[in-house]
Structure formats: C-alpha cells, structure tokens
Ligand binder design. Sequence first.
Ligand code: PLP
Length: 431
Amino acid sequence: MTVTQHQSAALYERHRAVLPSWLATYYREPIELTHGEGRHVWDAEGNRYLDFFGGILTTMTAHALPEVTKAVAEQAGRILHTSTLYLSRQMIELAEQVAQLSGIPDAKVFFTTSGTEANDTALLLATGYRRSNQVLALRNSYHGRSFSTVGITGNTAWSPTSLSPLQTLYVHGGVRDAGPYAHLSDGEFITACVADLEDMLGQAQGTVAALIAEPIQGVGGFTQGPDGLLAAFKRVLDRHGILWISDEVQTGWGRTGDHFWGWQAHGQAGPPDLLTFAKGIANGMSMGGVVARAEVMDSLGANSISTFGGSPITTAAALANLRYLLENDLQGNALRTGAVLRERLAEACVDLPVVHQLRGRGLMLGLALSDAEAASATLEHARELGLLVGKGGRSGNTLRIAPPLSLTEAEAREGADLLIEALRRAGAQRE
Ligand code: PLP
C-alpha cells in the first residue's frame, strides 16, 4: 500500500504560528490523525497506517477498545469529575490493584495527570523524606518537561538549561554503545557503572535523596544496561539509605514481555522504593501516578491535592483497560509477537548496513541507525508505506517500535516487512 502525500500544509502553518517552536512534531509535513481502531489509525485524508508507536506508547491495549470506550461513555453520562475531597470507589479500587501489581510491599498510590507530574511527585516525596535536594540520575535519561524533571533529564536534547532546584549527579548505566563502556562484557559494564556510582557518591555533599532510572531509556532510544545493573546499584544505595525510583512510564504493564515492570529484570535486590507510571495506563487518557512504600508516601507533612489526578473518567478508563490487559494476557502477547517482530527484523538487518543495532525487549524494540538523517528518512518512507514508528536516541538516530500490546503475529510480520522496505529505501537514497 502506498499512502497519498498529506496536504495539511495550511494547518501546519497555523500550528507554527500559535504553538511553541519547541513543540516537537514528526515528518516534514506532520500528519493529522483523526481516528483509530485496533492497531490502526487514519489521517484526515483517509490514509490508513499500522501504528507501531501506539500513539506515543499511550495506546496500551488497542485504539478505540470497546471496553474502554463503554466505560468512559458510561462514566461521562453519570459525572465527569468530582474531586479527591470526596470518596471515589473506582480510584480506591484502581489504587488497590496498582499497589498490588507494583510488587512494592505496603504500597500506597497517588494519581497524577502525566508522567512529568508523577516524577515531580516522586522527587517531592524522596527529597522531603531524605531532607536533601541531591539526586542521582542516569546519563541520557528523560523524565519529563517540568522545572524539576528537566533537572534530572540527562538527554540534553530534551533538557533546556534551567535553574533546576535539584543538584543532580549523573551516572553511567543506560547507554553502552559509546566511549570506554562500549566493548565491556555485561559483568564488566556493571562493575564499571557501580564504580562510577560510588565515585559520584564520594563527590556528593552530604545526604543524597534518591536515584531515578528508567529500566529501559525511552526517549533515549530504548537503550538499557544489562539485567541486574539496577540491583547492583540498589545494594550500594541501601548502604547509604538512598531511595530508588523506577520510572516505568514507558516500561510498565507488561510491554517488555518477560516482565510486568522493567525493574523486575533487576529484581534480585528487591523492588524499588518508588515507582512512577503514566502513558498507557488509561489507554490515552491523561493519567500518571506514583507508588511508594507507605512510610515514604505518608511523609509529606502537608496537605496536598491533585484537582484532576485520579478523576472518575480516567480511573474508569484505566480500570477497563487494565482488566482487558490482564484477562487477555497482553504481557504474554508482547513476548510472543515481540519475538516474531525481532526475529524478522534481525534476519533482514544483516543485509542493511544502515542498521547498527537492534535492541530492547518485548514490544519495546529499538533500531539504532547510522545517523539521525537515516532515521528521519526511514520515518518518511515508512509513512509513505502506511506505517508509523517513533524516533529517539541520544543523537536522534534510533527508530522506536512500541505498538499496542494486542498486536497480532500477522501485524508483527506485516509491520516488520514495511519497516524493512522503508530501511531499504532510506539506504538506497544514501548510495
Ligand atoms: N518519564 C519517561 C520515562 C517518559 O518517557 C516520559 C514521557 O515521554 C515522561 C516521564 C513524562 O511523561 P509525560 O509526557 O506524560 O509528562
């Protein structure tokens, strides 16, 4: 299938006139998406695309999932919003489920409206609990766009110079394809990163509050340290009483196939102290949240509220979405279809010099290309072929594949073939 070229130039003109210049968009001529179903979306001109980016990892189960649509419509017919000042049966029910799923003992949950706000809250809790504004984060990290979360975002393409209230110490751990860390074995890499962490702690002045880390770096290009790295970190952190915050905004809910949470690939030292989530929990409605041990969660020492966090409409969507995910074992599906996708891509990539590395796990796969131009060209070709994928990485050279978790094996094969063709076209363009 070849998609007709989009003619939304006038709309894009209006977009640029009134929206910030730094609001990132994809494609030379950005697409106006109007509706979706299952794993597909349509643009304003009727072109259909296989969505290999799941919105932006926000469509966790499927586009227009009838169970979620029904739950949202029924809730909208009753009442859109009340407030956390009143009891909400479904917020309590969702908190019970998320607390139990999190693996954190004696857990409590606070709902927010985004991943940024979830990480902000985690920072507020951790720095208050530890009485310190010193935080450890990984190089190449992305944790949000607020005043405090840009201060823990090591990926400089996404962290404008800001006078962050935090003192952040960046440690190695997410990226393995550069510098002196590139050719180390898993064990050697873990040893080197732990040494870096110890070194940073030696440079810290007084108490350090927390280490925040994405188990697989999302915006950073689906890069990750070896399994067990964060457990090795945790053993050091525990000696100092430093809290571990696992940012599961992209890695949660079974997307990685082999685990329900990204931290579980590092679980030998036990669960994190805090866990943050957002993106797909409500299948695209604005919901995020923090899970923390009760002692940490309850330590705030002042009243707080989120006017829209945990609202009836988003919790209705999240409960229906989570029920569908668990009843249909979409984690198992991510493992199966991710393997199909990976195998097909791995086979073809051998003959594609533009591809440097295939990485990630489950339905969170990254293809590191030779450079950012190759990634942009592939994105354009994939679009012409009717496939949407994401982009990222330290230098913008990585394609990010993260379809809804209900992807079928046939769609996995179809999408892989479309992507391979797009990569061929991008490669041919450079010869
Ligand atoms: N943390 C991670 C790992 C993310 O990938 C993102 C967004 O991409 C965020 C936090 C921020 O979430 P939001 O865009 O919902 O504020």
